[in-house]
Design a protein. Structure first.
Length: 366
């Protein structure tokens, strides 16, 4: 993987907005308190100064505001505040800022998210997820410190430092690492995801959506689907649909059906589905029909194509498996018996009165 891609992937982790506080927790007590606050604040505003997109720097901005609030309070109380007390003040300020950020979720989504699409909106929601984890983990951390200081701090002064600084560092590091792992797993899943175009009934592409997401949303979006009917000797070749199909699993249908992928055209889709089934894309096809199919589970703009094979040799070379040829009479005798797919039964009457009818004189003449 190229170095620039690795760097880009690293900096897409919204939890990195907590890094300024992690650095601050290391510096506090080692250098002047106000200098430590200053370094933390500068690290928080660095993404803004370097032009990082606002949806990717949300938690950096939250950290910057919390540093600013904590510093102002510190200056009011006096710059000689003990490092441990200063750190606790900064942590309380961070928890408070995260809380305000989360409470502002709806207004922020309306102001920022509504105009953003896809990747940009994803970063905004991921930032809310990290803010949720950080707020509750650090609130629990503050409760532990409070309990320890009330009951045990006089007897275990060194443990007090461990609980304040080291546990805080462990919490932030864990959140950052877990978010990085989660994003990595999500990226791998999305790389294998099918992206479908969202279209209107005229076939104009209006956007895209992951196939798995669209399935969960039932028939909310219209997607293009290509089907190819195979005819040989006046008969239709049919086989059972795969049991994993969303629509009519295991019912008889054409062997060729595929959703058109985002940024693909019909020709690419036809070649892809033919290669999958018969290992070649040289099958001659022609357009027959376009129509909208919709039920409670799916909504499709179906492009029906037909391929008519005229020689036994060409048909055998397809090396089809798992299906058989059906005559028009055999199909008519079984229509309505729940063995054919719903789409096939809708298309059969059209096929019978067009392609199959035209094929009969040819066969009689031969």
């Amino acid at each position: 993987m190229p170095t620039n891609n690795i760097i880009k992937r690293i900096f897409t982790n919204p939890a990195l907005g907590l890094i300024p506080y992690l650095i601050f927790s290391i510096l506090i007590g080692q250098i002047n308190t106000l200098v430590a606050f200053g370094i933390g604040f500068v690290l928080s505003i660095a993404p803004f100064l370097f032009g990082m997109r606002k949806e990717m720097r949300v938690l950096y901005d939250v950290s910057a505001w919390s540093f600013l609030i904590a510093t102002l309070v510190l200056l009011l109380l006096g710059p000689d505040f003990y490092p441990q007390h200063s750190f606790i003040l900064a942590e309380i300020s961070l928890v408070f800022s995260l809380m305000i950020f989360r409470l502002s979720r709806k207004s922020l989504i309306k102001r920022i998210g509504r105009k953003q699409k896809g990747e940009k909106k994803f970063y905004l929601y991921e930032s809310f997820q990290v803010a949720f984890q950080a707020q509750y983990a650090l609130s629990f951390h503050l409760l532990i410190i409070l309990g320890f200081r009330i009951f045990y701090t006089a007897n275990y002064p060194m443990l007090d430092i461990v609980l304040i600084l080291n546990l805080f560092q462990g919490i932030l590091a864990t959140i950052i690492v877990l978010e990085a792992l989660r994003l990595r797993l999500l990226t791998k899943r999305l790389q294998g995801e099918e992206w479908l175009p969202v279209i209107n009934e005229s076939g104009v592409v209006q956007g895209k959506i992951a196939k798995s997401v669209s399935i969960n949303l039932k028939n909310q979006f219209l997607h293009p689907l290509v089907r190819v009917a195979l005819i040989y000797d006046g008969k239709l070749y049919l086989k059972n649909r795969d049991e994993s199909r969303l629509l009519d699993p295991e019912k008889l249908d054409y062997p060729f059906e595929k959703y058109m992928q985002y940024k693909h055209n019909i020709e690419q889709t036809i070649k892809s589905l033919l290669r999958k089934e018969i290992k070649t894309d040289k099958l001659p096809v022609r357009f027959l029909l376009k129509y909208v199919f919709e039920n409670e589970n799916t909504k499709r703009l179906i492009f029906l194509y037909v391929s008519t094979i005229t020689s036994e040799k060409a048909f055998n070379e397809l090396q089809l498996h798992g299906g058989k040829l059906w005559t028009t009479n055999q199909i008519e005798d079984n229509v309505g018996s729940n063995i054919f797919s719903e789409c096939f039964e809708l298309e059969f009457e059209y096929l019978k009165n067009t392609v199959l009818m035209l094929d009969m004189p040819i066969r009689k003449g031969s």
